[in-house]
Design a protein. Structure first.
Length: 124
């Protein structure tokens, strides 16, 4: 069992750039999908599927970062990636646990962006 864990950890550290190049956009896109489905008030089943996918990406990123922390690599990228994965995971948990409060915040943000839209597109 420990041999398999060691092999996975070595694989994770050896292919770090490729893993992060996939996981960072995957985390962001999957979490944005969850936010979009929640904002559109789609059925709970659709939101749960998006949360499941996004949570898998976030958990894999957390495990990837933990392999670096286990060998003593403490650098800004490890903390930034850990923060990103944790934030995505918390947003996805929020979408399942409290969709009504998340919808209210998304509605406020959407109204704010709509009010600012004319300011952003004024000709000079």
């Amino acid at each position: 069992m420990l041999d398999a864990f060691h092999s996975l950890s070595e694989f994770s550290r050896t292919h770090c750039i490729a893993i992060c190049a996939f996981l960072v956009p995957a985390n962001l896109l999957a979490t944005m999908l969850t936010l979009g489905l929640t904002a559109l008030r789609r059925p709970t089943v659709q939101i749960q599927r998006a949360v499941g996918l996004a949570s898998c990406f976030a958990l894999v990123m957390v495990l990837h970062v933990l392999t670096w922390l286990a060998v003593g690599i403490v650098m800004p990228p490890t903390f930034i990636l850990f923060w990103l994965a944790s934030t995505c995971l918390l947003i996805n948990i929020w979408a399942i646990a409290y969709p009504a409060s998340l919808n209210r915040i998304l509605d406020v943000l959407l109204a704010w962006f709509k009010r600012r839209q004319p300011e952003l597109h004024q000709p000079e």
